[in-house]
Ligand binder design. Structure first.
Ligand code: IMP
Length: 181
């Protein structure tokens, strides 16, 4: 793990090592496997680009039932804070009509994105929607959407790494770093 990383005008310090992240993903995968065990349905994993690309890849490797992958791209953050407006940058790459869907998110912060996503997926005719997020900032989340699978809860601080970015930078680090004020 780097002792510090610099992305544009901001510095970040170590926060969650890769081993802790993968242990949390092990836990989430175990729960999902238990819930879908013996089911005849083939659920759709809906990976929300770009942030959840690494999480989805690690999670999928651990799932032991048949599933399909659909992606879509949303954007709501500018710099280190949410704009409150969720933009669909790229639509879904496959259909979710009549399907069970597991939304796979990197992080739930205010929850604006997840509310928008659940409505979109419902609108496209999914018959069952579960939400899976690697990280949750419980101090900020103020919505009522049930978060079915949560890898880890973190305080309200801006982080990067393991898919998460600051102005598109920092996604490539396998550990997670927090802003160093
Ligand atoms: P929400 O709509 O406020 O819940 O924010 C969710 C989205 O904002 C996530 O999918 C991320 O793309 C982004 N986001 C939230 N918190 C962070 C953070 O600490 N670092 C990087 N991106 C974040």
């Amino acid at each position: 793990m780097e002792s510090k990383i610099k992305l544009q005008d901001k510095s970040f310090k170590p926060f969650i090592p890769y081993e802790k992240i993968t242990a949390a993903i092990d836990g989430v995968a175990e729960k999902i496997n238990a819930d879908y065990k013996g089911s005849n349905d083939v659920p759709v994993l809906l990976c929300i680009l770009n942030g959840s690309i690494m999480f989805t890849s690690e999670l999928m490797k651990r799932l032991n039932f048949n599933c399909e992958l659909v992606t879509m791209k949303l954007s709501s953050y500018r710099g280190t804070s949410s704009t409150g407006v969720v933009r669909e940058v790229m639509g879904m790459t496959g259909s979710v009509e009549g399907r069970k869907v597991i939304i796979v998110e990197d992080i739930v912060d205010t929850g604006n994105t997840i509310v928008e996503l659940v409505n979109t997926v419902k609108g496209k005719g999914a018959i069952d929607i579960k939400v899976c997020t690697m990280l949750l900032k419980p101090e900020v989340y103020d919505k009522t959407v049930k978060l079915d699978y949560v890898g880890m809860e973190i305080p309200n601080a801006f982080i990067v790494g393991f898919g998460l970015d600051y102005n598109e930078l920092g996604r490539n680090y396998k550990d997670i770093y927090v802003i160093d004020n």
